[in-house]
Design a protein around this ligand. Structure first.
Ligand SMILES: [Zn+2]
Length: 381
């Protein structure tokens, strides 16, 4: 129980209230185990690329169609995208229409991945997914990541459709992120709906995402319950500290044609996230008209399957103190039913949900001071 003044703090807004807590917040959870549940893909066969650009595999059909691009390893400690692309390449996936580019982005950071220090290989110098700003790209700015961006830019500049494969530091329900351009929301929605009725790649993560009542405590990791709900479609407007690939002008300008979205497939090193990345890549290629779905995936669809949720981010909650603590181990995709529910403490503040059915997007259970702790999103019809 707490005693809250219901007064907004000066640095807060409608989610932050000064409180005199009568209970200590729970201890911080341990970091997730950094040992991947799947075999890290050996990329040695693909490092050189087949089109003159390191780590880029490009294939052309003889028939007209879009240029579809799938990117993996934007962050070096997120190997599920590399797993998905390596599987597609091993299967000798080629387009029957249009063109296909499969890109392993931050190969240098991936080469440094160490399960004993799994968070240290996200990048070498700086976050590659905060650099996609034309004036910055044209400037003299230099780093390992900027050099890599400039290497792959000619491919990105001709993309008609792009899927950027990522994962999250903490377990959570998969989601597609898009910017506000309606064509990108439509792409993400199409991909999510295409998964409706398909059995979950692995129930351990996806079952928890069906949780509706956070007050009941962490969901149990349970038995099979398929089909699971497809990834949630979340629209957010990016980060103040730099532009994401999906926000690059080609994909975000209102007059543009090219479409892009980003998949957060689950926790970085979980096998279910690797399978989700592969499934989403297959559905992306099928929806783009480049490749047929494998029969097992195509036949698994069922009637009356759970449909994807859509939501728009309304609030970004930053940790203002080093003591930011959630009241329990929330997961991305959890929905808090009642407005005003306390979800976290931050020093002398309580963090409360601003509306009913508030969707939590990628809560960081151990946020550093000044970093984003969670984004709050409102469900849409
Ligand atoms: Zn990432």
């Amino acid at each position: 129980m707490t005693c809250a003044s219901k007064r907004h703090t000066q640095t807060g807004h409608r989610v932050r209230f000064r409180a005199l807590s009568e209970t200590l917040p729970p201890p911080l959870p341990p970091l997730p185990n950094g040992t991947p549940e799947f075999e890290l893909p050996d990329l040695s066969a693909w490092l050189g690329g087949n089109c003159g650009i390191r780590g880029v595999q490009h294939f052309e059909s003889s028939k007209p169609g879009p240029h579809a691009v799938i990117t993996a390893l934007m962050h070096g400690n997120e190997p599920t995208g590399a797993y998905a692309l390596a599987r597609l390449l091993a299967e000798q996936t080629t387009p029957r229409h249009g063109r296909l580019s499969l890109i392993f982005l931050n190969l240098d950071a991936y080469a440094m991945f160490d399960p004993a220090k799994p968070m240290q290989s996200r990048f070498i110098d700086e976050d590659l997914n905060r650099l996609w700003q034309p004036d910055l790209i044209r400037s003299a700015h230099a780093s390992v990541e900027m050099r890599r961006l400039r290497e792959v830019l000619p491919v990105i500049e001709t993309a008609d459709l792009l899927l950027d494969l990522h994962t999250m530091p903490w377990p959570g329900h998969p989601l597609f992120l898009t910017n506000a351009a309606r064509r990108n929301l439509a792409l993400a929605r199409l991909l999510a709906e295409a998964q409706a009725g398909t059995p979950a790649p692995n129930n351990r993560v996806l079952d928890q995402a069906l949780l509706q009542t956070p007050s009941q405590g962490p969901a149990t990791r349970g038995g099979p319950r398929t089909p699971a709900r497809p990834p949630t479609v979340v629209q957010d407007n990016g980060h103040h500290d730099g532009m994401r690939l999906i926000d690059y002008g080609r994909f975000s300008g209102m007059r543009g044609q090219a479409r892009a979205c980003l998949l957060e497939a689950g926790q970085h090193w979980q096998g279910s996230a690797a399978e989700q990345a592969l499934l989403s890549a297959r559905l992306f290629l099928a929806q783009a008209g480049l490749c047929a779905l494998p029969p097992a995936t195509a036949q698994a669809r069922r009637e009356n399957a759970p449909q994807p949720r859509s939501a728009a981010v309304t609030d970004c909650v930053k940790a203002l103190t080093a003591g930011f603590t959630f009241i329990r181990q929330f997961q991305s995709g959890d929905i808090v039913p009642t407005a005003g529910t306390v979800i976290a403490f931050d020093g002398a503040d309580e963090i409360r949900t601003p509306y009913d059915d508030c969707l939590l997007v990628m809560p960081n259970l151990r946020p550093r001071r000044g970093h984003t702790a969670v984004r709050l999103a409102r469900l849409s019809a």
